[in-house]
Structures are given as structure tokens and as C-alpha cells.
Ligand binder design. Structure first.
Ligand code: SF4
Length: 275
């Protein structure tokens, strides 16, 4: 098989049109805006890269698998009806489906997962082709295995959300190192001109002392931070933050970031029961 053919195929879990349900009204966030979601398959954290089976309350367990047999594609924007295409899917089909789901109110293409950076060559192909077609790119990422690759593509990314893992998510056995990597990702994107914010999902078992370390490091990069209340999942019996916890987290963040760069987020698409 020629290199070109290899680069132009990859594993996608689903492609559909909806609204961005996470974020805060600050730079980098696309909260409430219409997007086409391209969910990449495979997550290095769930695949044991950091010594665990992924985050305790993973909200996209269906995208953890590296090589799913099929990709689900919404047949028409807003229809919520899906058809299946065999994986690995070719670049042309991804682009054709995006084109087909494009609506007048479309703001950007959300490249999410799983972990989009886990398929670097395929991701780069998709981004460069979408940019050529004048689409705006929103990247949602938690883990860059190769920071140099992120540097290479960052200038093509318009908006980004870097998911910083709270210690209680148990995404890694070396938590501080993971946080430092994620903050480096924020710095790389910011330096490339991407409008980037960090998101940290917190639960009742989150500790203020752990959060303080995250807030301090994020303060050094000085990008906005969304404190997201965990959504309960079927698998975990995770509990949301109490009110007292919530305000103590936002006030702790304010030791390192200005108030306009701190906000709370919840998964509104789940509350509205939409895709
Ligand atoms: S990084 Fe995302 S996809 Fe991977 S285990 Fe955590 S929540 Fe799930």
C-alpha cells in the first residue's frame, strides 16, 4: 500500500451535527454554537498509556476503542438518524460527510474523541483539507503523545479546549506529570495563536489541594479555565460538587487567574438530551 493511501485513512467513531454543550462565554470556547462533531476513535489514556484504563467517569467510552469496525454518520444535519460506514474510513468520505452536514448556522468543526491527536497523520490531513475549504477548527484534546506534532499543526487550529485531568479522575498513575503535559499543550496552542481554554471536570471527591496545583500552572499560562461539573455516567456512581465546594474551587482559581478567565460549565447537551 502506498504511503498516501495509509495517511488518508483512519478510525472515526461518529460524525454528526449538533451544538457545543460545554464551555463558558470566554475566548476559545464555542459554547452554544452549531458544530459538526468528528469523534476520533481511540484514547491513549484508556489504552493504558499512563498506566490506567482511562478516566473513571469517561463520557465517551464508545470512543475509547482504537479500531471500531464502523463509523456512525448522521444522514442529514439535525435528523439524528445514522448510517454506518466501515472503518478505516477514507479522508474523502470524512470530507464529503462534513460537506453534507454543513448548515448555514455552522460555526466550526469540532475534532474530538477519544483523542484526535492519537491519529496524527489522519488528523493533519483532515485539518489541512478543512482549512482549505475555509472551515474553522475546534480541537478538543486531553493528551498529546507527541508535543512536537501539536506544535506543527497548532497554527491551523482556531479554537481549542484542553481537558486537564483532575487527580480524582484517576486517568494516570503520574498525575503531576500529566498536568504539566496538558499545561504545555495549552502553551503550545496559545503561542501558535489558537484561542484556547482549559477545562477541568470536578466531582465531589476532587480535592482543593490538587486543584490548587492545576490553577497555579494554568495561571502561569494565563488562559481561561472552565470548571466543569461532572455528569453522572452509567458506569460510575460519581457525585457532583456541592455548592460549598464549587465556590471554593472558583475562589481558589481566582488566586491565579483574573475573574473574567474563570467560569463554570456543565454538559448542557446531556441536560437537553440532544446529541
Ligand atoms: S481522555 Fe476522554 S476519552 Fe479518554 S478515558 Fe478520559 S474522558 Fe474518556
Amino acid at each position: 500500500m502506498s504511503e498516501e493511501k495509509i495517511l488518508h485513512k483512519g478510525y472515526i467513531q461518529e460524525i454528526f451535527s449538533s451544538f457545543q454543550g460545554e464551555g463558558v462565554a470566554f475566548e476559545g470556547s464555542c459554547y452554544g454554537l452549531r458544530q459538526i462533531f468528528v469523534r476520533f476513535a481511540g484514547c491513549p489514556l484508556a489504552l493504558g498509556k499512563e498506566g490506567t484504563a482511562g478516566c473513571l467517569w469517561c463520557d465517551s467510552p464508545q470512543a475509547q476503542k482504537e479500531h471500531p469496525k464502523y463509523c456512525s454518520i448522521e444522514t442529514e444535519a439535525g435528523s439524528q438518524q445514522f448510517t454506518k460506514k466501515e472503518n478505516p474510513i477514507i479522508l474523502k468520505h470524512v470530507l464529503d460527510n462534513i460537506q453534507q452536514l454543513t448548515t448555514k448556522d455552522l460555526h466550526s468543526i469540532s475534532l474530538t474523541g477519544g483523542e484526535p491527536l492519537h491519529q496524527p497523520k489522519f488528523l493533519k490531513d483532515i485539518i489541512l483539507n478543512l482549512k482549505q475549504k475555509k472551515y474553522k477548527i475546534f480541537l478538543e484534546t486531553a493528551y498529546a503523545e507527541n508535543l512536537q506534532f501539536l506544535e506543527e499543526i497548532a497554527r491551523n487550529i482556531d479554537f481549542a479546549c484542553v481537558d486537564i485531568k483532575d487527580k480524582s479522575a484517576e486517568a494516570t498513575t503520574k498525575w503531576e506529570e500529566l498536568v504539566e503535559r496538558e499545561v504545555k499543550m495549552c502553551r503550545i496552542l496559545r503561542d501558535a495563536g489558537t484561542k484556547v481554554f482549559s477545562k477541568i471536570v470536578l466531582s465531589k471527591s476532587s480535592k482543593i489541594s490538587d486543584f490548587e496545583l492545576v490553577a497555579k500552572l494554568c495561571g502561569e499560562v494565563n488562559i481561561p479555565m472552565a470548571i466543569q461539573l461532572v455528569s453522572p455516567t452509567k458506569k460510575s456512581n460519581v457525585q457532583s460538587l456541592t455548592w460549598d465546594q464549587l465556590v471554593s474551587f472558583t475562589e481558589t482559581a481566582a488566586k491565579y487567574l483574573p475573574p473574567e478567565k474563570i467560569g463554570i460549565s456543565a454538559q448542557v447537551h446531556k441536560l437537553l438530551n440532544i446529541l
